[in-house]
Design a protein around this ligand. Structure first.
Ligand code: HEM
Length: 483
């Protein structure tokens, strides 16, 4: 830069101009992932939009994603500051919204080593097993009295209980209780709050008006969340003696507060990290399972094929175990297909670059946000045959079979890629495969009498079904298997 002028002679990437003041912001509408996908078909896989006072670059193809998340990964590894996110993240003191720097590194290292990495994940398998059994019992109770279950509710409760046990040694929610519904509402509100395109984040001068009411809503949710987390942390501190010799994640973090280069994990960081785990770690996995089940209710032959595979490998005398999963390629293919068509966070999380750069013949100014349209990449007709059809078979043979969703194949990046890739991707994969497998193996599923399947999406940070999936279960295992 010289006196604010770019030194590059290259053009900006193409993109729509939009209207004065708001720029292209109104073009994203209520379904930004599909609006941006439509715009990308016209302007190309690397698009530049001015939204309010902010520059936004959107990557919509595997090769564009590879460029930004591999070649320019470090440069774009920051997060933009967003007024709407500031309060809920305790002033960006969490991992998810932390800038790319030493504090983020320390948070990520501790979480990966003690909670989310392969070894830690193996250590807390018994917690997942107990919680899956609990979920099955709840569904069985509902089946016995002919009541359908609201799948995202039971799933979010199961995941929240798993996370709260390994983090805080507490099991916070009973599957259908009043409190868990409140919690569920809180998470769903947080993730569907529309904060990704809050006008005040793009036009700071009018942020105080809070035109969409997003900031007020998030402030309210934050207050409730902080109340809950404060109570949980007090209970945790009070029960320290009972855990001697069996530390949980919070104990470990508290014992390892000091990082290299003078970084310290503060009490606020701890609250903010708990916030990350409850939000990033529950609804994300639940959304993928909910969509898988909806796709299978739409096409029951997929469901029957998955059950036939499990009957062959496991039989019906016991429940599915995590160790069965490697022998269940069709179940794995269903999970990949759901992550392709229904990635939990369709526009990933926003990245940010402070410095200008030149990318594929274009000039990208400094202070630009990056959005990667994971959803559009998964439905790109140049990459995927029949992209709008739910066909798990595509992952069983041919070139597509080797594609793995964990950040190395840019055709399928539901967890993102590069250094900001989902910190919980291993956990997410196990959550989805194990819980979906358990639902399919333990029960037959149908739509409740007289109900029709609605496949509409509801956009927010996450992309659940607009109408939460309700389904009726009937047991299919030997009675002893449910005990
Ligand atoms: C199927 C389930 C999941 C999906 C599809 C998913 C997807 C994602 C995506 C797309 C990102 C943003 C990546 C980027 O910025 O480029 C992300 C970030 C993150 N996820 Fe997940 N996630 C899932 C499950 C989980 C779980 C179970 C946890 C923790 C228990 C978790 C914790 C995180 C954290 C902490 C980040 C922020 C990482 C950072 O900023 O450095 N996620 N996830």
């Amino acid at each position: 830069h010289f006196l604010g002028k770019p030194t590059s002679t290259l053009p900006l990437p193409p993109g729509p101009r939009g209207i004065p003041i708001l720029g292209a912001l109104p073009l994203v509408g209520s379904t930004p992932h599909s609006s941006l996908a439509r715009l990308a078909r016209r302007y190309g896989p690397i698009m530049y939009l001015k939204m309010g006072t902010c520059g936004v670059v959107v990557a919509s193809s595997p090769s564009a994603a590879r460029t930004f998340l591999k070649a320019f990964d470090a440069q774009f590894a920051n997060r933009p500051s967003a007024i709407s996110a500031k309060e809920v993240t305790y002033g960006y003191q969490n991992m998810v919204f932390s800038s790319y720097g030493p504090k983020w590194k320390l948070l990520r290292k501790l979480a990966s080593f003690h909670l989310l990495g392969a070894k830690a994940l193996a250590d807390w398998a018994p917690v997942r097993r107990a919680e899956a059994a609990h979920m099955v019992r709840c569904i069985l109770d509902a089946a016995r009295i002919g009541r359908p279950v609201t799948l995202p509710d039971v799933l979010v409760c199961a995941f929240a209980n798993i996370i709260s046990q390994i983090t805080l040694s507490l099991r916070i929610f009973d599957a259908q209780g009043e409190e868990s519904n409140q919690y569920k509402d809180m998470i769903v509100e947080l993730l569907t709050g529309g904060d990704l395109f809050n006008i005040g984040d793009f036009v700071p001068a009018i942020a105080w008006m809070d035109l969409q009411g997003v900031q007020a809503k998030l402030r309210r949710i934050h207050k409730r969340f902080d109340g809950m987390v404060t109570k949980l942390l007090e209970a945790h501190a009070a029960s320290a003696k009972q855990r001697q010799g069996k530390p949980d994640f919070l104990d470990v973090i508290k014992a390892n507060r000091e990082g290299e280069d003078g970084q310290t994990i503060t009490d606020v960081n701890i609250k903010a990290l708990v916030f990350d785990l409850f939000t990033a770690g529950t609804d994300t996995s639940s959304v993928v399972i909910e969509w898988s089940m909806a796709e299978m209710l739409k096409n029951p032959s997929i469901l029957r094929r998955a059950q036939a595979e499990m009957d062959r490998v496991i039989g019906r005398d016991r429940k599915l175990e995590e160790s069965d999963i490697p022998q269940l390629p069709y179940l794995q293919a269903i999970c990949k297909e759901a992550l392709r068509m229904h990635p939990s966070t369709p526009l990933s999380l926003p990245h940010f670059s402070f410095d200008p750069c030149e990318v594929e013949g274009y000039y990208i100014p400094g202070n630009t946000r990056l959005l990667v349209n994971i959803w559009a990449i998964g439905r790109n007709p140049d990459v995927w045959e029949d992209p709008l059809e739910f066909k798990p078979e595509r992952f069983l043979s041919g070139k597509t079979a080797e594609i793995d969703p964990q950040g190395n194949y840019f055709e399928l990046i539901p967890f993102g890629a590069g250094r900001r890739i989902c910190a919980g991707k291993l956990v997410g994969m196990v959550f989805v495969q194990y819980m979906l497998g358990t639902l399919l193996h333990s029960f037959d599923w149908s739509l409740p009498e007289g109900e029709e399947l609605n496949m509409d999406e509801k956009f927010g940070l996450a992309l659940p079904k607009a109408v939460p999936l309700k389904a009726s279960a009937s047991p299919r295992l030997a009675p002893e298997a449910y005990i």
